[in-house]
Design a protein around this ligand. Structure first.
Ligand code: ATR
Length: 275
């Protein structure tokens, strides 16, 4: 009997997660199915779901945390859940986003994150998922900027490291100087929505990474290249790595992400060059 998994989100039609998990399952010889479920009312959709585990994406990660009977350490610190595991007592929630980002940057991209002066744009579910893992990876000062200042302060407070974490406003960006790492965790995907950022944030040593991938990453990565960043990376690597960590939690095997990432990255390159 196959085991059943799903990813819940809204919108979800273009999610790559079903393909990624199907590729991991083939590689590991695991008998499972994994479908995408479009959910407006996440609580209702989850209670109708009879599967063994699930991924949770935009905009349900916070609600998912509230629906869990228990939370792993990473989900508790982030206050958001992207991975659900069914247990006898109800759902157990974990968060693999931060692990995924750090593995992509340090493993695939061979970046040394230690001491990096870092700017995090956004304070929603994505930002909250990755901030604790970046701090654990040894980055230097972490500046957080969000459109809604209350959320910036809430995230900074939750991280509990006032010496290293600095909430700031968008208007302050021009005076913050250059960063070694800039992470875009906003969902402002269209260039018309994307906030204008000063070029002075980027220098020849800056790595800019967007948690979005594909078209949604274009405005931020275009800005980073124009501002002279050393590297501008989208979130495809993180997507594959966080999925691999979720797969490990469900099935006890960590898949080899290299071939799956290479296939998807090859396709997105050919899509861009076909435009
Ligand atoms: P996610 O789970 O992807 O983080 P979210 O919790 O809705 O989704 O957070 C989206 C993030 O993008 C937030 O930081 C949001 O800023 P607000 O907290 O002020 O809403 C940010 N964001 C979305 N659209 C934006 C825009 N046009 N300009 C700046 N920030 C934006």
């Amino acid at each position: 009997m196959p085991k059943h998994y799903a990813v819940f989100g809204n919108p979800i039609a273009h999610s790559l997660s079903p393909r990624i998990h199907a590729a991991f399952a083939r590689q590991a010889g695991v008998d499972m199915d994994y479908v995408a479920i479009q959910a407006e009312d996440f609580a209702a959709a989850l209670s109708a779901f009879e599967g063994d585990g699930a991924s949770v994406t935009l905009p349900h990660k916070e609600v998912a945390a509230a629906l869990c009977a228990s939370l792993g350490e990473r989900a508790r610190r982030a206050g958001v859940v992207n991975t659900l595991i069914r247990t006898a007592d109800g759902w157990h929630g974990d968060n693999t986003d931060g692990d995924g980002l750090v593995r992509d940057l340090t493993g695939r991209r061979r970046l040394d994150l230690r001491g990096r002066r870092t700017l995090l744009l956004g304070a929603g579910g994505g930002a909250r998922g990755v901030a604790p893992a970046l701090l654990d990876a040894g980055i230097g000062d972490l500046f957080i900027v969000n459109r809604t200042p209350g959320r910036t302060d809430a995230l900074a407070d939750a991280l509990g490291e006032p010496g290293r974490v600095h909430p700031r406003n968008f208007e302050d960006l021009g005076s913050l100087g250059e960063f070694d790492l800039i992470v875009n965790a906003t969902s402002a995907a269209r260039s018309t929505d994307f906030p204008s950022l000063p070029m002075s944030l980027c220098g020849p040593r800056t790595t800019a990474v967007d948690l979005n991938y594909g078209e949604a990453a274009i405005p931020f990565l275009a800005w980073a290249r124009a501002a002279g960043a050393h590297e501008a990376l989208d979130g495809l690597g993180m997507l594959v790595e966080q999925a691999a960590e979720s797969f490990r939690l469900w099935h006890g095997v960590r898949p080899d992400t290299g071939p799956v990432y290479a296939e998807l990255a090859g396709e997105s390159l050919s899509l861009v060059s076909a435009d």
